[in-house]
Design a protein around this ligand. Structure first.
Ligand SMILES: *Cc1c(COP(=O)(O)O)cnc(C)c1O
Length: 370
């Protein structure tokens, strides 16, 4: 069976993890965490990066930092992972799901504008497949209505919009280092704080509501409970693993792009298939290669019979029991459900060999030519 995903493994992670063990510093915010946050702040060119146990945890921090709560509306796509919504539902806010642009499966700015109510506090954009949402239009709407913008950039590390790193355009951004993402440490994430007024509070939230980070920098002589917070820290064992992959980020993305381009070249001539659109302003990180077809389940079964795992993706949140309970679709669902029903993801991982890529291509082609 040809796997859909294999977690990225460079081969030098073991040495870094061993070093973390030898350092006898295993909890968060140690030297390997510093290495990772320095990499993120330098490479992405952002104000502050904070490592978290997951992208989910980073999203929960954004909900705390925007002070979203009962009576507030949060606008986001229905076509996303559950935790984009859950982070805000945990704080008692309601979700208004807005429709997507079928070309990218990202929020449609027109649908966002229609979804806004006087209670709206935050827009959460999701950069699906590592391809940017229309950030100029979204930021313009947010300025006009004075809303926070959070970028769920879980899939989008190193992707850009008009040359700017995704995750650094809104007030905050979040990344995931889950094993299904381009760069991984098993479970892990990061919060990117672009609005400097939020940075100090973000550090306090991460350290259980204390000013321990300032204490560690020698800025206060003892640390105390200052605010609400939780344990939003990544273990040094994970940070050590992650530091190696971040160091190799360029090579990892290049390798994935080879596979992405091979699929794109080979499949773009099939008339019954829609391939991902990459708008001109966007450079992406080859996180995902998906195709859209009316014959999705037939194709998925055909590939499975050839030993190839292809995966569908999100069931629109507004159609799920919790989605109905905690939110509602704003306006008409023109594209979210219809387009998600057609979408099928092909295997794509670091180190995928050409023979396997060709195997997938030939069976997708074979399905459409018989
Ligand atoms: C993967 C993913 C998440 C969750 O990331 P975790 O690190 O597993 O918490 C959230 N949002 C999107 C869009 C994702 O793709």
């Amino acid at each position: 069976m040809l796997d859909f995903n294999k977690p990225c493994h460079i081969g030098k992670e073991e040495d870094a993890v061993r070093e973390a063990i030898m350092n006898q510093k295993l909890s968060g915010n140690g030297p390997f965490s510093d290495e990772c946050t320095n990499w993120l702040e330098t490479y992405l060119n952002c104000h502050r990066a904070i490592l978290t146990p997951s992208c989910t945890a980073a999203l929960e921090m954004t909900a705390l930092l925007t002070e979203a709560g009962p009576g507030d509306d949060i606008v986001m796509p229905s076509y996303t992972f559950v935790t984009t919504a859950n982070a805000f539902v945990l704080r008692g806010a309601s979700i208004r799901f807005a429709d997507v642009d079928p070309a990218t499966m990202n929020l449609s700015p027109e649908a966002v504008e229609q979804a806004i109510t006087p209670e709206t506090k935050v827009i959460v954009v999701v950069h699906y497949a590592g391809i940017s949402s229309d950030m100029d239009a979204i930021m313009e709407i947010a300025r006009h209505y004075r809303l926070w913008v959070v970028e769920d950039a879980a899939q989008a590390l190193t992707s850009t919009y008009k040359g700017k790193a995704l995750g650094t355009i809104g007030h905050m951004g979040t990344f995931s280092f889950h094993e299904t993402k381009n760069i991984t440490c098993g479970e892990g994430g990061a919060l990117i704080v672009n609005d400097s007024s939020l940075a100090e509070r973000a550090e306090i939230l991460q350290e259980k509501g204390t000013d321990r980070k300032q204490f560690a920098r020698g800025m206060v002589d003892k640390y105390t409970w200052r605010d609400v917070g939780s344990s939003f820290l990544l273990s040094e064992l994970n940070a050590a693993y992650l530091s190696v992959q971040l160091e190799h980020a360029g090579a990892i993305m290049t390798d994935r792009m080879r596979t992405w381009q091979a699929y794109n070249q080979a499949l773009k001539t099939i008339p019954d298939l829609t391939l991902p659109a990459v708008p001109e302003a966007c450079e992406h990180n080859a996180h995902m290669f998906y195709i859209k077809t009316e014959r999705r389940s037939e194709l998925q079964t055909h590939l499975k019979n050839q030993g190839i795992t292809a995966a569908t993706h999100y069931v629109p949140l507004h159609t799920s029991p919790a989605g109905r309970r905690f939110g509602e679709f704003a306006g008409t669902d023109n594209y979210t459900t219809a387009e998600s029903d057609k979408l099928l993801r092909l295997p794509l991982y670091h180190g995928m060999n050409e023979k396997d890529v060709d195997h997938v291509i030939s069976h997708v082609k074979g399905f459409f030519t018989v």
